[in-house]
Design a protein around this ligand. Structure first.
Ligand code: ZN
Length: 658
C-alpha cells in the first residue's frame, strides 16, 4: 500500500485545516482496501470564534451519510469539543441519548448527524484523527492466531479487543489511553474492527495509517501464496432466474439478482471448502446491515423452488429467536448474497446500487476469507456479537432512513423493444422512474450510449433476428437476474400504398417487424416471465385496429394480428399469473414512425392542416409518447393487478372506436 500524498495538492490547503481534512479523508476514501461505502471516519480539531467572538474548540467529525471518497467540508459535523469529550466520563449512555446529545452539541443545527465514533475522536488529543476498516488488518485478526500475529506486527501500537462501536468503544479507548503517551505510539488497532491513527500533522496521521496497513499487506504477501483460485464457468440463465424468484418470495418483493462471474468470484465458488469458509461470518460486523451475517449457499444445479433459500430463512428466524430481546422486531429474513457453487457470487437487492454495494463487500470479503483461511483458519466474530450490531438501534435508524416508500416497479426487470426513440424510449424512462431495471433493445447502435445510466441498459438488437433477441434476453437475465415486464413496442409505419399497389416489401417488412418479431420475443421471454414477479406483457397496438384507414393495410393488419396474438397470450398465460394487456395509441407524433412528410400526407387526406390533424379527436388533445409510456408503466403495476386481455385506447377519444 502506497501513500497518495501529494505535496503540491496539500500545499493548497496549508492554511485551512478543514480543507486539509477533506483532502486526506479523500486520500483514504480513494482506496477500497481501507474503507468502503460510507465506512471509516475522520476528524480535525480547530479553535474557532463563535457568534460572540468567544473562542470555542470545535471537533469536525465525519457526518453520517457521507463517504470519505467524495466528502466535502459540508460533510463534517462541527461539535463543541469540550462537552463531546466529557461524554466519555459517563458510566453509561444509551445509543439514542448519545445521538441526541451529540446533535445538541452541534454549532450548526443544519449539519449532518455526527459519526457514532465522535466521542472517540474527541478523546484522542491529536488534531487529526483517521479511522479505517482496512481489509488486511482486520483479516489478520480474524483467525485463531490473530491476536498473536497482531501483537508481533504492531509492537508500537495499542491493541484492543473487540467491543461494540459507539459509546462502549469510546469508554474502552478512554480507559486504555489514560496512562499511555499517545505521541509514542503509531496507532490503535481494534481487533475485528479497524485502525486509528492520529497526529497534529495531517500528513503524519494519514501516512501512519498507510504504513500500518502496509505492514499487514506485506505479511499477507509473504505468508499467503495465491490462495485465491480463478475459474471461468458457464451459467444457465433459467437457473439464475429461479434463484432470484426464490429470494424475491423470501423478501416478499421483487429483487434484482446480480451475478458476479468474474474469475475470482467463480474461483471462490468452486473451492471445495467454500460452503464452510463462506458461512463463518463477515469481515467486520458493520457489513452485516448490508449483507446479513452469511450468504446462502446454492448448489450447482438448484431445484425448481431452490429450497436452500427457504432453509436460509428458517435459519435466520432461528438466529433471531436465539439472540433477540423481547422488544426487537425481526428484519426481513431473506439473504442478500449467495455463493452459487461452481458458478459465482450473487448480490440481491432492490436496486442496482444496492446490489453493487453488496457485491463490493462480497468481493472484499472473499479476499479476506481466503487470506484468513491461508493464515491459519478464517474465524469471524460470534453470531451473538454480529447480532448485537445488526440489531443496534443506530444501525436500524440508518436503514429506516434508506427504506423510504418504494416505487411500484422497484426490483423488477423490464425489456422494451424499439427503445431508441418515441414511445419505446419514453417507456424505458417511465419504467425506470417507477423503479425497474430496464433493458432497451433497438437496431440503432445509439441505444447503447443513450441508455447507459444506473438501472438502464441499451442493447443493439434487430428484433427480427430471433437469435439476437434470445441473446439479449439471456444477457438481461445474466445482468439483473430475471425478467418481469416485456414491452412489445418496436414497429414501423408505411402508408400511402393502397392494396392494389402495395409492394411485397412493405407488406413483408411490416409484418416481420410489427407482428412476427413480437411473437418470437414473447416465445423466448415466457419461460423467464413464468419465474417473474407480477409478470406483465405489454403490447403497443394502434387505434387502427378498431378504426382502420385506407392506404395503410400492412400496418393495420399487423397491429390487428398482434392484438389477436396478445389476446391468445392472455388466455394461455393467466394460469401462470402473467398479465397481457394492449394499449391502442393514436396520433402520437413525437415518435420515429411519424416524419413531417407522413404527417402532411395524412393531414391532407383528411382535408386538414397539420395542427388540426394532430388534435382531431373528441377531447381535442395532443397525445405524446410520455403519456403512453406512463400508461404502460401503470398497467404493469398494482392498479391493473386484476386486468388481463384488456385493450385500452389512448387516443383522445375516437368516435369510430367508441
Ligand atoms: Zn469503525
Amino acid at each position: 500500500m502506497k501513500s497518495r500524498w501529494s505535496e503540491d495538492d496539500a500545499r493548497k490547503h496549508a492554511d485551512d485545516p478543514l480543507a486539509m481534512r477533506v483532502y486526506t479523508s479523500r486520500l483514504l476514501g480513494a482506496d477500497e482496501n481501507l474503507v468502503m461505502h460510507g465506512g471509516g471516519n475522520t476528524s480535525v480539531k480547530i479553535t474557532e470564534t463563535d457568534f460572540f467572538d468567544d473562542p470555542v474548540d470545535v471537533l469536525y467529525v465525519k457526518g453520517s451519510g457521507w463517504d470519505l471518497k467524495t466528502i466535502e467540508k459540508a460533510g463534517f459535523a462541527p461539535l463543541r469539543l469540550e462537552p463531546t469529550r466529557r461524554l466519555a466520563t459517563l458510566d453509561t449512555l444509551s445509543d439514542l441519548n448519545m445521538a441526541r446529545l451529540l446533535r445538541s452539541f452541534l454549532l450548526d443545527p443544519g449539519a449532518p448527524s455526527p459519526s457514532v465514533e465522535a466521542i472517540l475522536h474527541a478523546i484522542v488529543p491529536a488534531r487529526f484523527v483517521d479511522h479505517t476498516h482496512a481489509d488486511a488488518v482486520v483479516t489478520l485478526t480474524n483467525n485463531p492466531g490473530g491476536e498473536a500475529i497482531i501483537a508481533e506486527l504492531y509492537p508500537d501500537c495499542l491493541v484492543l479487543p473487540y467491543v461494540m462501536p459507539g459509546f462502549v468503544l469510546s469508554k474502552q479507548v478512554a480507559d486504555a489511553i489514560c496512562d499511555v503517551d499517545l505521541s509514542a505510539i503509531k496507532g490503535i488497532i481494534l481487533l475485528h474492527h479497524g485502525v486509528f491513527t492520529f497526529s497534529d500533522d495531517a500528513r503524519i496521521a494519514y501516512e501512519n495509517m498507510i504504513e500500518l496497513v502496509d505492514r499487514a499487506d506485506q505479511l499477507i504477501a509473504e505468508r499467503v501464496k495465491s490462495p485465491h483460485p480463478e475459474r471461468e464457468l458457464a451459467v444457465e440463465p433459467l437457473e439464475l432466474a429461479r434463484i432470484r424468484r426464490a429470494v424475491s418470495l423470501a423478501r416478499k418483493r421483487p429483487q434484482l439478482a446480480m451475478l458476479d462471474r468474474s474469475p475470482s468470484a467463480q474461483g471462490y465458488a468452486s473451492r471445495a471448502d467454500v460452503a464452510s469458509i463462506a458461512t463463518r461470518g463477515p469481515i467486520t460486523p458493520d457489513h452485516v446491515i448490508r449483507t446479513k451475517r452469511i450468504p446462502v449457499i446454492i448448489p450447482e444445479s438448484p431445484g425448481q423452488d431452490v429450497p436452500e433459500v427457504d432453509a436460509f430463512v428458517r435459519a435466520y428466524e432461528e438466529y433471531f429467536r436465539e439472540h433477540a430481546s423481547p422488544a426487537q422486531t425481526m428484519l426481513d429474513p431473506a439473504p442478500r448474497a449467495a455463493v452459487w457453487l461452481n458458478k459465482g457470487c450473487i448480490a440481491f437487492g432492490s436496486s442496482q446500487q444496492e446490489c453493487e454495494i453488496i457485491a463490493d463487500i462480497a468481493r472484499h470479503t472473499r479476499w479476506a476469507v481466503q487470506t484468513g483461511e491461508a493464515l491459519g483458519g478464517w474465524q469471524a466474530l460470534s453470531p451473538a456479537e454480529i447480532f448485537e450490531l445488526e440489531y443496534w438501534s443506530l444501525e436500524q435508524a440508518k436503514l429506516a432512513k434508506s427504506r423510504a416508500t418504494q416505487p411500484v416497479h422497484q426490483g423488477k426487470v423490464a425489456i422494451v423493444t424499439g427503445a431508441h426513440s418515441g414511445i419505446g424510449r419514453a417507456t424505458c424512462e417511465a419504467l425506470a422512474a417507477d423503479g425497474a431495471a430496464v433493458v432497451g433493445l433497438d437496431k440503432h447502435s445509439d441505444v447503447v450510449d443513450s441508455l447507459a445510466e444506473q438501472g438502464l441498459v441499451g442493447i443493439q438488437c434487430d428484433v427480427t433476428d430471433t437469435e439476437a433477441v434470445r441473446n439479449a434476453i439471456e444477457q438481461t437475465i445474466l445482468t439483473f437476474g430475471g425478467l418481469d415486464i416485456i414491452v412489445c413496442n418496436a414497429g414501423i409505419f408505411r402508408s400511402g400504398e393502397r392494396i392494389e399497389e402495395l409492394s411485397e416489401q412493405t407488406w413483408d417488412q411490416t409484418l416481420a417487424v410489427n407482428l412476427t418479431s413480437a411473437q418470437r420475443f414473447m416465445t423466448a421471454a415466457i419461460p423467464y416471465l413464468k419465474l417473474g414477479c407480477d409478470a406483465s406483457i405489454l403490447i403497443v397496438g394502434s387505434r387502427n385496429v378498431h378504426a382502420p384507414g385506407p392506404a395503410a393495410a400492412a400496418y393495420s393488419v399487423s397491429k390487428a394480428a398482434l392484438t389477436q396474438l396478445a389476446r391468445i397470450a392472455a388466455l394461455e398465460l393467466a394460469g401462470d399469473g402473467i398479465r397481457v394487456n394492449i394499449v391502442h395509441p393514436d396520433a402520437v407524433f413525437d415518435t420515429g414512425v411519424w416524419t413531417d412528410e407522413a404527417l402532411k400526407r395524412s393531414a391532407e387526406r383528411y382535408g386538414m392542416t397539420v395542427e388540426q390533424y394532430k388534435t382531431k379527436n373528441l377531447l381535442k388533445k395532443e397525445i405524446n409518447a410520455r403519456q403512453v409510456a406512463q400508461m404502460l408503466s401503470t398497467i404493469a403495476g398494482p392498479v391493473f393487478a386484476s386486468t388481463t386481455g384488456a385493450q385500452i385506447p389512448i387516443d383522445g377519444g375516437d368516435v369510430r372506436v367508441i
